[in-house]
Design a protein around this ligand. Structure first.
Ligand code: IMP
Length: 499
C-alpha cells in the first residue's frame, strides 16, 4: 500500500520568523554570512566555505564565466552550466580560473566598417560607453582602435559615419602589454589620465581591458572567494551520462566543485557518478536534488560533499504539473535538515545542504537558512542582472532579460533527467520566459544581504549557524498572509511590489 504524508507540504511564504532578543551587539556589521559548502568533520574547517550563502543555478541563461567571476568577487559561487559541449564548459571554467582581478574581457566590440549608429545601438543594449574596434569585431581580434563617447558628437556627426573615420586609432592609443600586472596597468592609467587601458599581445590582438573604475571596485570586494593561488573559486554542473569524459576535462581546467544537475537525484545513476568521481579525483562534488530524508542519506552514503534540495519549486519549472513529483520547498528543507542534524550527531560529519529553487522574496533566503540550509541556489534572481549571459531586451516599455529552464525545449538539456538509457525526453519540464531587468549583480546583492543581516539581528543571530540553532519559526494562516502586505490603504505607487 502507498505511504501517505497527510501533512500538507509547505512553501516559504507560509512561514515567518519570530524575533529573538536583539542585543546591542547584534548589528549588521557584526553579522557574518560565511557558510560551509563541503562536508567536514566536527572540529575541523570545511575545505571550501562561501563568504555569502549564494550560488547561481546550473543554467544556460544564468551561469557562464562572467556570472561566475562577478559572483565569486562578491563571495558566492556559480555552477557553470553543463548543457554545452565539454570543451566549451571547460573553457568557461578556465576563463574564471585565469581571470585576473581588474582585467576584463571586452564586452562591446565592433568592426571599423560599422557605423556610429552601431555604436549607439550597442551602448543602448549593454550600457558600456567604451567600444573596442577589432578587425573581426570580436573581443580577441586584432585591435584597430577604441571608441568612447569623447570620439563623436551626436549634434554634428551623421549616424552612418563609419567607425574608422572617428575612432581613436591604435597608433594613437596608450596600451599595455600582455602579462603586465595590475599595479603596472594602473600606473599607466593614472600617468596618462585614462579611463580604460587595452592590453594587447605581441601581434596586437586584444586580450583585456583594464578600467580605472574596476580597479577601485575590486578594492571594495573584500569578500572575494579566492583559492590559494588567488584565483576565483568556481563550480560546474555535470550529468550522469557523460561524466567519464566531462569530469576529467573540468578538473584539468581547474574546477573547484562539481554538482550533479538533475531534477531528481535519488537514483543509482547519481550514486555511481559520485562514487566514481570520488575514487578517481580529488575534487569536491555535490549531488541532488532530493526532498526527503531517504534521498539525502542515500547521496551522503555515495560520498557527496553537499546535497541539493528541491523538486518542482523553480520559477521556470513545470515538473510538478508534468510529472506530479515534488514537495513544497520549506517542507523539503525542514526534513532534510533534520536528517542532516541526526547524521551529524551520529557520525560527527556535517554535510551542507543547498536550498535550490523557489526563492521569490529576499526573506525566503533567510527562512531557508534558518530552516537549516547552508546556502541557496537561485536562477531567476541572477538571470535579471547585467552579468547573466542573456541579452537585455526591450519589451513594451520595460527592459527584460530572457530566462529559460534547463528542461525546456530551448535548453534541450535532457541529460539532467536520469531515466536511464539514451537521453531524449519527449516532454518539457521547464518554460522559456522573460524576467524584469534589474541592474548589476553587486547593487542587488548588497540590498539582499542588508535585508538578511537585518533580519538576523532581529533574531539575535550573528552567524548562520546561530540562526539555525536559535531561530523560532511560525506557520502563518492564509488570512494572516493578507495582513503581511500593505492592506486597507490605497497605494500611491501601483508598481510597488512589496518586496
Ligand atoms: P529559481 O531560482 O526559482 O529560478 O529556480 C532555479 C532552479 O530551478 C534551478 O537551480 C534548478 O534546480 C531548477 N530548474 C532549472 N531548469 C529547470 C527546468 O527546466 N525544469 C525544472 N526545474 C528547473
Amino acid at each position: 500500500m502507498a505511504h501517505y504524508y497527510m501533512e500538507p507540504s509547505r512553501t516559504f511564504s507560509e512561514f515567518l520568523l519570530i524575533p529573538n532578543l536583539t542585543l546591542k551587539s547584534s548589528t549588521p556589521a557584526n553579522v557574518s554570512l560565511k557558510t560551509p559548502i563541503t562536508k567536514f568533520k566536527k572540529g575541523e574547517e570545511p575545505a571550501i566555505s562561501l563568504n555569502i550563502p549564494f550560488s547561481s543555478a546550473v543554467m544556460q541563461s544564468v551561469s557562464d564565466h562572467n556570472m561566475a567571476t562577478a559572483l565569486a568577487r562578491c563571495g558566492g559561487i556559480s555552477f557553470i552550466f553543463g548543457s554545452q559541449s565539454i570543451e566549451d564548459q571547460a573553457a568557461m571554467v578556465r576563463k574564471v580560473k585565469e581571470y585576473k582581478a581588474g582585467f576584463v574581457v571586452s564586452r562591446s566590440n565592433l568592426k571599423p566598417e560599422q557605423t556610429l549608429q552601431d555604436v549607439l545601438d550597442l551602448k543602448e543594449e549593454n550600457g558600456h560607453s567604451t567600444v573596442a574596434i577589432t578587425e573581426d569585431g570580436t573581443s580577441t581580434g586584432k585591435l584597430l582602435g577604441i571608441v568612447t563617447s569623447r570620439d563623436y558628437r551626436l549634434s554634428r556627426d551623421a549616424l552612418d559615419k563609419p567607425i574608422h573615420s572617428f575612432m581613436t586609432p591604435f597608433s594613437s592609443l596608450i596600451y599595455g602589454k600582455a602579462g603586465m600586472s595590475l599595479p603596472e596597468a594602473n600606473d599607466l592609467i593614472w600617468d596618462n589620465k585614462l579611463n580604460c587601458l587595452p592590453i594587447v599581445d605581441e601581434q596586437q590582438y586584444l586580450q583585456h581591458l583594464v578600467f580605472r573604475k574596476d580597479y577601485d571596485s575590486d578594492k571594495e570586494n573584500p569578500l572575494g572567494l579566492l583559492d590559494e593561488n588567488k584565483s576565483y573559486i568556481v563550480g560546474a554542473g555535470i550529468n550522469t551520462k557523460d561524466y567519464l569524459e566531462r569530469v576529467p576535462a573540468l578538473v584539468a581546467a581547474g574546477v573547484d566543485v562539481l554538482v550533479i544537475d538533475s531534477s531528481d537525484g535519488y537514483s543509482e545513476w547519481q550514486y555511481e557518478t559520485v562514487k566514481w568521481v570520488k575514487q578517481n579525483f580529488d575534487v569536491k562534488i555535490g549531488a541532488g536534488n532530493v526532498v526527503d530524508r531517504e534521498g539525502f542519506l542515500y547521496l551522503v552514503e555515495s560520498g557527496a560533499d553537499f546535497v541539493k534540495v528541491g523538486i518542482g519549486g523553480g520559477s521556470i519549472c513545470i515538473t510538478r504539473e508534468q510529472k506530479g513529483i515534488g514537495r513544497g520547498q520549506a517542507s523539503a528543507i525542514i526534513e532534510v535538515a533534520e536528517a542532516r542534524q541526526q547524521y551529524y550527531e551520529e557520525t560527527g560529519i556535517y554535510v551542507p545542504i543547498c536550498s535550490d529553487g523557489g526563492i521569490v522574496h529576499d526573506y525566503h533566503i533567510t527562512l531557508a537558512l534558518a530552516m537549516g540550509a547552508d546556502f541557496v541556489m537561485m536562477g531567476r534572481y541572477f538571470a535579471r542582472f547585467d552579468e547573466s549571459p542573456t541579452k537585455k531586451l526591450k519589451v513594451g516599455n520595460n527592459f527584460v532579460k530572457e530566462f529559460w529552464g534547463e528542461g525546456s525545449n530551448r535548453a534541450r538539456n535532457w541529460q539532467r533527467y536520469d531515466t536511464g538509457g539514451k537521453s531524449g525526453l519527449v516532454f518539457e519540464e521547464g518554460v522559456d520566459s522573460y524576467v524584469p531587468y534589474a541592474g548589476t549583480l553587486k547593487e542587488n546583492l548588497d540590498k539582499t544581504i542588508s535585508k538578511i543581516k537585518s533580519t538576523m539581528c532581529n533574531c539575535g543571530s550573528l552567524s548562520i549557524e546561530e540562526l539555525q540553532r536559535t531561530a523560532r519559526i511560525t506557520l502563518v494562516s492564509a488570512t494572516s498572509l493578507v495582513e503581511g502586505g500593505a492592506h486597507d490603504v490605497m497605494l500611491k505607487d501601483s508598481t510597488m511590489s512589496g518586496e
